[in-house]
Write a protein of this length. Structure first.
Ligand code: F6R
Length: 263
């Protein structure tokens, strides 16, 4: 896994947004995999700003969100469809029929999850997948012990995830205990993966993901099996990495090769 040690959260967001915009410039019909949560908010702000100043068009882009809570209606303030409209889609020219979420309402979920996977395949697969990471190592809602080959399906949320999400719910509100998420196999099929982690609460998770063993007990470690993943970490999130000096040196040398046009 490539590690980029960023000055701060803003640099991480700027690098990720720039990479998405560069990919979009190369391929106007880019297929994006998207996450929600606090981590990608600034990236989404930057994409909206690029659209507002006319520097990018998303008219041909297709998006596939990673996950959605089971049975939260689309207009519920905690639903991920609501989050994405508010933080990204309302400020872009993306076409509503190009926006996809895993099926999280109604019946026949197993078949509709398979149809969601089929839709991803039918558009040629995900070019760029944007991820955050949970403190327990989840990516999407692939909680610890998720199969490393899993596909889109219903998952039970882990207690740690429920604790982390409790801040978004009022005392009388019922928090969903189930979600529908792309699987780890679905994520690993993306051509390129960008993962951001910000803040001291993510330091243990970042260490296990980058330098720990590959194990379903820590789902994000599965990204070590992907050939093209870059992690963008602020100093707090990177603080427990043992090989920080090596990652910093690698970045400098790689940028030199890039500038020389050799990569
Ligand atoms: C949500 C998702 C989750 C989050 C993770 C981190 O779509 O994929 O795996 O990325 O829970 O959430 P934040 O960014 O709120 O710390």
């Amino acid at each position: 896994m490539k590690v980029v040690l960023c000055r701060d959260a803003h640099e991480a967001a700027a690098l990720v947004a720039d990479e998405i915009l560069a990919a979009l410039a190369r391929k106007p019909d880019l297929v994006l995999g998207l996450c929600t949560g606090s981590t990608p908010v600034e990236v989404y702000e930057r994409l909206r700003a690029a659209r507002a100043r006319g520097a990018a068009s998303f008219a041909r882009v297709r998006t596939f969100n990673l996950d959605e809570y089971l049975d939260l209606p689309a207009d519920h303030p905690q639903s991920y469809r609501h989050f994405m409209r508010r933080h990204l889609f309302d400020g872009l020219d993306v076409r509503p029929e190009h926006v996809h979420f895993p099926p999280a309402e109604g019946d026949d979920l197993t078949r509709r999850c398979a149809a969601f996977e089929e839709t991803i395949r039918a558009v040629g697969g995900i070019d760029l997948m944007l991820l955050g990471i949970g403190r327990n190592g989840h990516i999407g809602f692939n909680e610890p012990t998720s199969s490393l080959a899993s596909r889109t399906r219903v998952k039970t949320l882990a207690d740690r995830t429920l604790e982390d999400n409790a801040r978004f719910y009022g005392p009388d509100e019922v928090m969903p205990r189930l979600a529908v998420t792309m699987g780890i196999g679905t994520i690993l099929d993306a051509r390129r993966v960008l993962l951001q982690a910000i803040g001291p609460k993510k330091a243990e998770a970042v260490r296990s993901m980058v330098e720990g063993p590959v194990s379903s007990v820590f789902p994000a470690s599965a990204l070590q099996l992907h050939a093209d993943v870059t992690g963008y970490f602020d100093p707090d999130a990177a603080s427990l990495l043992a090989e920080r000096a090596y990652y910093a040196k690698t970045r400098v040398l790689e940028l030199e090769l890039q500038r020389a046009g050799r990569l």
